[in-house]
Design a binder for this molecule. Structure first.
Ligand code: BEZ
Ligand code: MG
Length: 531
């Protein structure tokens, strides 16, 4: 974690990213340039490993011997003046100490006694280490500061990469995209997801005299240099509740863009709205709805529950459920009257029917798309809804804040990466198994969440299920450990693999299937014995 923290500039603490410092001092040039060329140039791989090695060693030294030992190590190995490296090690040492304190239980008890609990920001630890120490009274952000200037600048790169990725694969820009926006994520990033939606539409936030973001203005097409994308936003109930001024602003941005006098091939949103008004003989207000969430007071898509309980027959049911839960429009109509969760199923069906790509911003180092069921519930749910309404499966993308160059990955790529890095990685699952009963449940839940991506997006390669079977079920010693620690989860895991086959997501050979069925039966017997 300290290495991740050290890999970004921290201008607020006068700290430069450690890999940059090392790379430059070793005469290897800019670390960013190195990252970009590593894939193409084998020689740079060695440079990269060298820099990474020095960084790791310095942090190990810091943890063993303190800041002085670490600065002198860098002086010796990378010729970095201690004046330049001291700020970063001082910061890391402070963070390291704070990571070791734990006052969460104490603070909770204090709160229950009605005592004052010191406030602290809510954020991702790598993005903002000031969240430490934990156990404070977490506060969110002032919605009027969203998106921050920094978030808007970062989002330009991500939105640009996203559009270029689609263009590289399809030969042109997507005309319409569907985005998932979450509340906690936009707190952590000061509104990066919101800013990405603004960039796709081609608008920028405008601050008023009190420095509050209360308006948007169109970025001129000459400056944007590409068409404005039609963006359908599904926002979580948490986002809706935390960011009501932002919800209005997103709707305002859509209405602004739809009314710009621009050629249809440069403004897909306007083109779609105009076509819909003409073809459906509907009102502008109906054709322009793009900001959707749950009905007031409601949260979630329930797609995750339907998947986990195996309660669906046809895949399209999952997309329909998503729309049923999320088809409530928010914003202001042309008369300026508030639309606060007006059911707009037809408008959402029409908007999703044009979508060619779906996308969610991943902004944390801590939670990935197989760690929780919320990613497939949202991004998978909306992709499945698009598939039926647009009569084609959309391209599905995620961003990756783990990379400094704002990488965009397809859903399939992200799943392969996470499966290798977590579910099938002995370092990960052995770590989980140290937690006994709960650890086995966590392994099972990764398999089920992976299965959720089959159900909603058919995005899981066969080898993933085959390797899961091999690692956790066919390996007798491993199976023995799982069933001893937690027979319930072991049984569910095998059941999920059989279901993946039953629903046509995985095609193993019949010998393997027979073996899985046999093991499933023996686990059932064991559980009956337990009961
Ligand atoms: C949110 O922050 O909006 C969110 C968190 C968990 C699940 C879904 C949404
Ligand atoms: Mg398949």
């Amino acid at each position: 974690m300290l290495r991740m923290i050290a890999s970004f500039d921290r201008p607020e603490a006068g700290v430069r990213a450690l890999p940059d410092l090392v790379s430059e001092s070793l005469g290897l040039g800019s670390y960013d340039a190195m990252l970009k060329s590593v894939l193409l140039d084998q020689a740079r791989l060695a440079d990269w490993e060298r820099v990474d090695g020095v960084v790791s060693e310095a942090i190990r030294e810091l943890l063993q011997g303190g800041t002085e030992a670490a600065t002198s190590l860098l002086e010796r190995t990378a010729n970095i003046n201690s004046r330049d490296s001291l700020p970063v090690f001082a910061l890391l040492e402070k963070i390291s100490k704070q990571l070791e304190t734990n006052s969460e239980v104490e603070a909770l008890l204090g709160a229950l006694r009605g005592e004052f609990i010191e406030p602290g920001p809510g954020a991702d630890i790598v993005q903002n280490p000031a969240i430490l120490p934990t156990g404070r009274n977490t506060h969110a952000v002032n919605p009027y500061t969203i998106p921050s200037t920094m978030a808007f600048a970062r989002a330009e790169v991500v939105a640009g990469n996203l559009l270029e990725r689609y263009r590289a694969e399809n030969g042109r820009y997507p005309r319409a995209m569907a985005l998932v926006l979450w509340g906690l994520d936009n707190i952590k990033t000061q509104g990066e997801g919101v800013a990405q939606a603004f960039w796709l539409l081609g608008v920028r936030p405008v601050r008023d005299a009190l420095n509050r973001v209360t308006e948007v203005e169109a970025i001129p097409l000459e400056e944007l240099n590409r068409p404005r994308i039609d963006v359908v936003m599904t926002i979580s109930g948490i986002f809706r509740d935390l960011f009501s001024p932002t919800v209005l602003l997103l709707d305002k941005a859509v209405r602004l863009v739809a009314q710009l006098d621009e050629p249809p091939e440069m403004n897909y949103l306007r083109r779609h709205v105009m076509e819909q008004v003409r073809n459906d003989a509907c009102l502008f207000d109906d054709a322009v709805a793009r900001v959707f969430s749950n009905a007031p007071g409601n949260y979630g898509t329930n797609v995750n529950f339907m998947v986990m309980d195996s309660q669906w027959d046809r895949d399209e049911t999952l997309g329909d459920l998503f729309v049923t839960r999320k088809c409530f429009a928010y914003g202001r109509d042309s008369e300026g009257r508030a639309i606060e969760g007006r059911e707009a199923r037809l408008a959402m069906d029409r908007a999703l029917g044009r979508v060619e790509a779906t996308y969610q911003n991943i902004d944390t180092f801590e939670i990935g798309i197989t760690d929780v069921d919320h990613y497939f519930e949202y991004l998978g749910g909306i992709s499945k809804a698009v598939e039926k309404r647009a009569r084609a499966r959309p391209s599905i993308y995620l961003s990756d804040s783990l990379s400094r160059d704002a990488k965009i990955r397809s859903l399939e790529e992200t799943l392969r990466l996470e499966t290798r890095a977590k579910t099938l990685n002995p370092k990960w699952y052995e770590g989980m198994l140290k937690h006994g009963f709960r650890g086995v449940a966590e392994i099972e839940s990764h398999v089920s969440n992976t299965f959720g991506w089959s159900a909603t997006a058919d995005a899981v390669d066969d080898w993933i299920y085959s390797e899961v079977a091999k690692t956790f079920v066919l390996d007798e010693a491993m199976l023995e450990r799982l069933r001893t620690l937690n027979p319930h989860s072991a049984h569910s895991l095998v059941g999920r693999l059989l279901e993946a086959h039953g629903r046509g997501y995985w095609d193993p050979d019949s010998g393997l299937l027979d073996r899985l069925r046999e093991i499933s039966g023996s686990l059932e017997d064991q559980l009956e014995g337990v009961a």
